[in-house]
Design a protein. Sequence first.
Length: 273
Amino acid sequence: MSDVERTVRRPRPRFSRTGRLLLVAGLCVLVVLAVLLVPRLLRGGPERAETLTVPEGMRAKQIYAAADKALHVAEGTTAKAARTARLELPDEAKGNPEGYLFPATYPIGADTTPASLLSYMVETTHDRLAADGIATYRTVVIASIVQAEADRPDDMGKVARVIDNRLARKMPLQMDSTINYALGRSTLHTTHSDTRTDSPYNTYKQQGLPPTPIDSPGADALKAAGAPPAGDWLYFVTVKPGDTRFTADYQEHLKNVREFNAQQQSGDGEQEG
């Protein structure tokens, strides 16, 4: 017998069906980890959110804070960018993007910066305004109040008409939403002391519109402010959700307010204008 014939051939290792499945599963886990971890390691930081959603009626300060979290940057970074970035804002805004950060869902990539995100929001606002034929800063200011005051989209046109009618008669707007903005809060309860707040956003004391929008109005509010329906309404109050009453008669309005106050005591009710 030759030396070749004397060579003992060792059998190749064989895996059971279960072993093969475990091996495949392990390889899949490694691939998934590589897909998730390698980009993060290359970026040198925590993984960013893929999108940032800005809801209707959100204020600029709230948007800045949400952007900081989504971009994983230090608190205050986006607010600083809003002051220093060259955003395409109307002259009346005086560099303040309030009202021009359109409510939408924005993509966030590895190269997204606070400044680029804000620029995208402002560009989106201009696109929306152009689509609706809105060209004035005044309309955006009104739309922001409408967004904050209206109980539902169907009421927005009438709220916008109330604002226009009061302005035409040189009546103070007396909108609680503008006081809330001045005080940095959101509440349905406005006290007599609140109405004496020393602020250009206090429309109980100051004649006319506030100096800037008070939030980011959505498409419905912008359309309502741009083309409100005809009507003589001067007052409105949401007695309870879904029940907003508009009138030109002050005595009727007082009656509605009394019902509103009764609803407040029972735990219901909305806002008054």
